[in-house]
Ligand binder design. Structure first.
Ligand SMILES: [Zn+2]
Length: 246
């Protein structure tokens, strides 16, 4: 093999390793790896489930762990850099070097997942849900929260912290079965989920083309900021929608 072939292969490999898809895959794997350490008699684990959401669409949940100690709803994130945010804020901030990016508060996102699960388990009022947001070690967490926002390596110890018996063995099985039954891994729901997302994207694209804010229907205004020209919502600061690089 010539040196150029080797260099070419290395270049391709470095692209793959750097791609968000691959990083997401690794992140997911390590959470699954952690969850595998849980006592299988006591903890029933579901991965990547799609269930109806309360808004009539569907919602995707990374992991659910059902146990006598409660139902753990786990959202995984693979961000790098500093992660700053408050429990109740709409958005958190990711800081890499001097660049700032917004991310939807994962606790809010997970709250939506819990609402969907509650709706699904309608008859069972007393189910205690525990929201856990997991970040890989590549993130530097600087969040101000009371909920469980943790590094993946602490996932098992965090789950083990909850020792109070909140559910009977029968309920644990019942909840697990109900979620599994409602979760449509392969069938229509997943396709519908993708379609709903696509429809949202199309709708947003049309709005943006009409100079309308996709979040609040306000008028989009052209502005110039530190990082160049962008379009922002006319309802700022109430609505913080921005479109970069316009
Ligand atoms: Zn707006």
């Amino acid at each position: 093999m010539s040196i150029y072939v080797v260099l070419g292969l290395l270049l391709v490999l470095s692209f793959i390793l750097k791609s968000p898809k691959f990083k997401g895959f690794i992140g997911e794997k390590s959470v699954s790896y952690q969850l595998n350490k849980l006592d299988k008699e006591k903890y029933l684990v579901l991965h990547d489930i799609t269930i109806p959401s309360i808004k009539g669409k569907t919602t995707q949940i990374d992991h659910v762990v059902v146990s006598e100690n409660g139902v753990f709803v786990i959202e995984t994130k693979n961000y790098t850099g500093w992660i700053l945010g408050d429990e109740k804020a709409d958005y958190w901030t990711q800081v890499i070097y001097k660049r700032k990016e917004r991310l939807y508060n994962p606790l809010r996102q997970n709250y939506g997942h819990i609402q969907a699960l509650k709706a699904l388990l309608g008859g069972m009022e007393e189910v205690p849900f525990i929201s856990i947001v997991c970040f890989s070690a590549r993130a530097d967490l600087k969040v101000n929260v009371v909920s469980e926002v943790i590094y993946t390596k602490y996932l098992v110890s965090t789950i083990n912290k909850y020792r109070g018996i909140a559910l009977g063995k029968n309920d644990v099985q019942k909840i697990y079965d109900a979620i599994q039954k409602a979760s449509l891994k392969d069938g229509n729901v997943k396709r519908e989920h993708v379609k709903a997302l696509k429809n949202d994207m199309i709708e947003n694209t049309i709005k943006i083309a009409q100079n309308k804010c996709p979040k609040c229907d306000g008028k989009l205004m052209e502005r110039t900021g530190k990082y160049g020209r962008f379009k922002g919502c006319g309802n700022y600061p109430k609505c913080r929608f921005v479109l970069k690089n316009v």
